[in-house]
Design a protein around this ligand. Sequence first.
Ligand SMILES: [Zn+2]
Length: 283
Amino acid sequence: MKKWGIFLCLVIGLGFAIPKILPLIQKKVDIQSLPQTGYQFEEMDIPHEQIYQGNLVLVNSEYPVYQEQTNSDIAHLSKNNHLVMGFGLLDDSIQLSESVTGKFSRMVDAAKKEGVQHFMINSGYRGFEEQETLYKEMGADYALPAGYSEHNLGLALDVGSTQGKMENASEGKWLEKNAWKYGFILRYPKDKTAVTGIQYEPWHIRYVGLPHSAVMYEKNFVMEEYLDYLKSEKNLSVQYKGKKYQISYFPVSENSTIQVPIHQKYSLSGNNMDGVIVTVYPD
Ligand SMILES: [Zn+2]
């Protein structure tokens, strides 16, 4: 009887524990330094300009935006109501990459399911001229000179809450905890001002895409640190939610070749410094 009692306790105990453990296992981001494997690859020539394009380009005081509007899908959000779902806009002038807006929508939709729903976009894409005006009017403490702001890429946005300051609002707290799951990062965290050179901005998020945002979250890296890490590791294998991604860094000079998979979906992005990152996606 005693043995049965213990067995029963174990079964009941596990029954309570498993639902709590399972999401933890699923959430885990497993990062390993491994060469590319499992797929067939081919050599591809890439132009030097590829360094300056893509979701992973670094923009800071050292590495400005190479060219105005490298993202071709910048849209006026107030003129495209179908893009504005689940969040408000500070004013009618806000522009942003259409695909990034779609990803932002899906993210706020997930937040809404957890009862967090008072998001608004306060700023999105800014052209060089607009950035220069902002810099002159507001000063260096508030804005960066034209070409030195991530807003000039169309991949960054300032998110607000209608309920108060982002550092206190549940919208800000939710983003800090969950944005990485949707490919976004908090670009200027409180504990990294020495690395970014920018004050804590709980409202400024930047799209980099998965699995990069997951690796950055797991390792507590900002973009500067992450891109250095990729450069030193060269190849990473990332397992997230049961899916395996491969990331490779290739240095690029005038005429360079990189390795891309033949049959697998992949994306290319420059780092805005000296190389290109190939991300191979799972099926
Ligand atoms: Zn910003």
